[in-house]
Design a protein around this ligand. Structure first.
Ligand SMILES: Cc1cc2nc3c(=O)[nH]c(=O)nc-3n(C[C@H](O)[C@H](O)[C@H](O)COP(=O)(O)O)c2cc1C
Length: 165
């Protein structure tokens, strides 16, 4: 008998917030997580500055792994921090280069404050146009929250929303 398809959490995180949310999803759904690394050094103050510049001028980057075999999965939870009102370059690169056709995708984002759900839905629309089925979107605000608080908050969102194991 064919194995049932499963979920995968794909995410990028510079300072750990998106990782905490990814972990909440992984623990809730008992599914694997795959972190996407940005090969450009984004650490510290200069990492922040280069992030601000790149997000305007060149919002894509070298990532590792370069690709992920999505064939064992039918649902992908794709998460990014928001940089300059957009997904971070690592996740924009994933969106540009990975094939989400026929996958159910839940998009999630973490932001300190200024980011609108509508913007996330715009990403969803562009994924739908490429053949994905966008099953939901959610944004968590991270200002003054610890990873443990975010993890709990994300688990609460998962309980109340569309996201079914
Ligand atoms: C280069 C850069 C730009 C950012 N721009 C925004 C922004 O436009 N709006 C916002 O709410 N947060 C912005 N942030 C804050 C991050 O989205 C926020 O701190 C997030 O929780 C970081 O997630 P992480 O810990 O997974 O990297 C920015 C952060 C960086 C590094």
């Amino acid at each position: 008998m064919e194995e049932p398809k499963k979920a995968l959490v794909l995410y990028y995180s510079r300072t750990g917030n998106c990782r905490a949310v990814a972990q909440a999803i992984g623990e809730t759904l008992q599914c694997p997580m795959q972190e996407i690394k940005d090969l450009k050094n984004r650490a510290g103050f200069w990492g922040f500055i280069s992030g601000m510049i790149d997000i305007r001028k060149k919002p894509i980057t070298e990532i590792a792994p370069k690709t992920v075999d999505l064939s064992p999965y039918d649902r992908i939870y794709l998460g990014s921090p928001i940089w300059g009102m957009r997904f971070a370059p690592a996740i924009t690169t994933v969106l540009n280069t990975f094939d989400f056709k026929s996958k159910k995708v839940v998009l999630f984002a973490v932001a300190t404050g200024k980011f609108k759900q509508a913007q996330l839905e715009a990403y969803g629309k562009s994924l739908s146009e490429k053949g994905a089925q966008v099953a939901g979107t959610f944004v968590l605000k991270t200002r003054k929250k610890t990873s443990a608080q975010l993890l709990q908050e994300a688990k609460a969102v998962l309980k109340t929303s569309l996201i079914k194991p």
